[in-house]
Design a protein around this ligand. Sequence first.
Ligand code: UDP
Length: 345
Amino acid sequence: MKNGNTRTALVAGGAGFIGSHLIDALLAEGATVVCLDNYLTGRSCNLAHLEKESRFDLIEADVIEKLPSKVRLARTKFTHVYNLACAASPPHYQADPEHTMLTCVLGTRNLLRLAEDMQARFLLTSTSEVYGDPEVHPQTEGYRGWVNCTGPRACYDEGKRAAESLTFDFARMGRADVRVARIFNTYGPRMRPDDGRVVSNVICQALAGEDITVYGDGSQTRSFCYASDLVDGLMRLMDSDPSPGAPVNLGNPVELTVNDLVERVTAMTGSRSKVVNLPLPVDDPRRRRPDIARAKAILGWEPKVALQEGLEATVEWFSDERHRAATFTAPIGSGVARSDLIAAE
Ligand code: UDP
């Protein structure tokens, strides 16, 4: 696709962990990319290597506010809109639940309308959280989930469920050509050290020789997908034609307990950290594992990176980051658009 690639992509949430990897993949394919981010959890250092890339630009904006006018003023004709804009780790999305819910619902509405106006193809990154604390295992897309709509995770879970509804409503009304990915736990380089999720927490704690925090007894399970595999799935899903017309699970079906993960990371890092057990968060899912039959059938996709290999690469990256600790907060780029894209604002 490299030569003559006429794709002009908007990646909302592009300064985040997954968004920035997606941007790299799109640019490598020859696309022109505009990143939209409010830097709530995204970090400018994830995009610092693109500062001189002529096919790349940044807009600092929040998807819940004034978005259509902002991007319309840019006069950029987007062909593809990727919505990755939302804090995704429980401590971050629970820090401001009102904003999380609005990001999911209003942000998705704003981006859908933009896609509609520009006749761009739209991809929503939804989440395995739509299955809540699942009674069906592994989780197929047909399972409707068991979500506590009044609990602390609801701002994200229900927000994403509403975002999915809206996305399929736009499709049913013929207003947008849509794709929906349900992303399961993902890990890899560029996770924030303070992300709060288990992979980054355990690796950072092990490397620092700090106590490793296991919530509950550590018997709960997750299935972890390496970032490059996930991005490959997102690219294939956006390119699938016709639209699958239904959500597609993207994740690695290799399931392990939190205790297994801790053992692996401790062995890998040679850490002498001790484990401390803390209370299990409210509504923490007991088990999670994707059924990826649909992704295999429709996209010809399945993860390639083994857990050991992915964890080693992630440990190495965090270890390097520790040595460059200053770059965690360095103001690389202002985070404000460099071009005339928001000149009229
Ligand atoms: N977890 C843990 N220690 C930590 C962070 C998380 O034991 O320092 C647990 C958490 O309670 C959950 C699992 O690890 O059971 C995965 O949590 P994470 O926040 O990574 O993702 P999610 O709950 O959204 O799947």
